[in-house]
Design a protein around this ligand. Sequence first.
Ligand code: SF4
Length: 450
Amino acid sequence: MALTGLQIYKLLPQTNCKECGFPTCLAFAMKLAQKGTELEKCPYVSEDAKTALDAASAPPIKLVTVGSGERAFEIGNETVLFRHEKTFYHQPGLVVRVKSDDPQLAEKAASAAAYGLERVGMQLRLDGLAVQQSGGDAAAYAAAVAAARAAAPGLPIILATGDAAAADAALAGGAAAEKPLLWGADAGNWQAMAGVAKKHACPLVISAEGGDLGGLVDLSENVRGAGVEDLVLDPGTASLNADLSAFTQLRRLALKKGTRALGLPIIADAGAPTWQQELVRATQAIAKYAGIVVLDHAEPGALYSLLTLRQNIYTDPQKPIQVDPKMYEVGNVTAESPLLITTNFSLTYFSVSGEVEGSGVPAWLLVADCDGQSVLTAWAAGKLDAEKIAKSVKDSGIGNKLTHKKLVIPGHVAGLSGEVEEELPGWQIMVGPRDAVDIPSYLKTVWPAA
Ligand code: SF4
């Protein structure tokens, strides 16, 4: 639990020497409680106080890194229960599971590594591959892991096995350098699995059965006592209800009760008999509160939905995704090409530019600086008005490049057309469609007739 300023003050030397840059120890303590300064600024803190303060200032949910190199991903370090309270920081890794004896293991691994899409200017992709031991001995498992790594170089791996010898063999076979996540420690084998995790400095999943959170606390304390700190929780639930209940309790216990043993990211096994059932489980897990979501089906349509959902949830609601406000040329524009204006909210820009591109009619697309808000939101907030539109047009210098003086404004702000005409003397203001999807027909029918 975070300490209050007064609790921190009691741990300080209380000499008011000012070396930290604050007039008193109390002022320093108050600032530290607000996370506005660092403990290192006070050179006189005792080791005992440092330990107590370090523990209190540790994030309520530990940050754990899976993998190494460019595709490594971080999970945990979340601070709120609800995204609207602040934001969520570390999006859950989406991981595809393959069985070690699957004849198509290499093919599936390569496919997971290559899968990706672009949405609102961002590259979305899968984060890892879980190799589940299925039959075979330790050597066979190590060979399967090596094959997966060769087929998907750089893609973080989860070693899904409760056989410590198999995990050790896979790690000794070269996987250790890539810091894979070990997934298979439970109440029966935790000593052996913790030993392997410690030996190879890898993070470790600890698993309970049927949502037994008390069992997870015991495991967490035991494994941390054995020297492995980078842990991930698997509550071992197997239904939507049980997932939701366990994941929510874990998050609340970590954030609201300061239960350090459970202040760890969660792995969600979303596997289900059909891809549709899996999609529902994974959707819930992304919203509440998985750090990793494991999928069996890798159905492309489902992956697209999950990546999109994850992107939407793990963006800061206070900082809309924006594009640069400037003139964009969509297609091979000429002086006769239509001129449209929109706002710099990414989703708006990519919707409009995508429809213009799809229409086959090259167009100038002027993007006004509206603090990353969509057309209606910007209009309602007073960030998209006649003055802003006119200024954007004038600043762009587009008037000198066109043989016409026609500007298409979004249909949602049709009411501004008269005012814009007043602000832009000599220009004809045309009202475009309300929805981007109607832009192609507008450019092919209304624009040529104007
Ligand atoms: Fe107090 Fe330490 Fe700051 Fe000195 S440096 S005033 S002892 S908090």
